[in-house]
Design a protein around this ligand. Structure first.
Ligand code: SAM
Length: 224
């Protein structure tokens, strides 16, 4: 296992070196994750670029993110939406939000991002009440037990054609255990079942290995 994890890291490093150059602002944002409440919980550089490319390929200019941390994924998303675009990112911890705001300023995208502090479910409820949206692209990457609530909120805040990406759906393979006592696993299993039942949605999920271990994404396309 150790050897394979080392190989996954090496391959990720090779891909990142070859295809995913980071400027100083992105590197600083990624490294400043160490000062947050969840060190090293940000997406990998090649995953950040995937999010940015999905945004650009789907023409997204309005993005909603659940889980800001130090704003590493947020920088990728904010750059992808362009000067006229906007990102709303929801974060529980003021401490993390302050680090993220500094990183976003440093990356030159502070003006196009709002980081809303507090439980994401409450912030999303306020966005719905205020009639904000629709968002073109949603990245769900906060507390995993709340994934079903975040999907429901996302459906109130998106339109036909929107894309929703949910991170960390594999959890070292634990996702296949229906009796898992881990409420993060149950949060993933419930949201996948909700997606599967919803006729408005088409979805797939992909396992990934790399610098973040063994995990994966669900990608959802809202068709109606
Ligand atoms: N998306 C970030 C990135 O890739 O750079 C990583 C986000 S990290 C995995 C999860 C974040 O969700 C943490 O910053 C954590 O404080 C936040 N979080 C946890 N529970 C939350 C809640 N109930 N509401 C909002 N944010 C929450």
């Amino acid at each position: 296992m150790y050897e394979s994890e080392e190989a996954w890291r090496e391959v990720d490093a090779y891909f990142v070196d070859t295809l995913v150059p980071e400027d100083e602002a992105l590197t600083d944002a990624r490294e400043s994750g160490r000062r947050t409440t969840m060190p090293q919980a940000e997406v990998a550089p090649n995953q950040g670029k995937l999010l940015a490319m999905l945004c650009r390929m789907s023409g997204a200019t309005r993005v909603l993110e659940f889980g800001t941390l130090a704003g590493y994924s947020t920088v990728w998303l904010a750059r992808a939406v362009g000067e006229k675009g906007h990102v709303t990112s929801l974060e529980l911890e003021e401490h993390n939000a302050a680090i993220a705001r500094a990183n976003l300023e440093h990356a030159g995208v502070g003006e196009r991002v709002d980081v809303l502090v507090g439980p994401a479910a409450d912030s999303a409820r306020r966005l719905i009440k205020d009639g904000v949206g629709p968002y073109d692209f949603v990245f769900i990457d906060a507390d995993k037990p709340s994934n079903p609530a975040y999907l429901e909120a996302s459906l109130a805040l998106t339109r036909a054609g929107s894309v929703i990406v949910i991170d960390n759906v594999v959890r070292n393979g634990a996702v296949t255990d229906p009796d898992s006592p881990d409420d993060r696993v149950q949060g993933v299993r419930t949201v996948l079942a909700d997606i599967a039942r919803d006729a408005r949605l088409e979805a797939t999920a992909l396992q990934t290995v790399g610098s973040k271990g063994w995990d994966g994404f669900t990608i959802v396309h809202r068709v109606s």
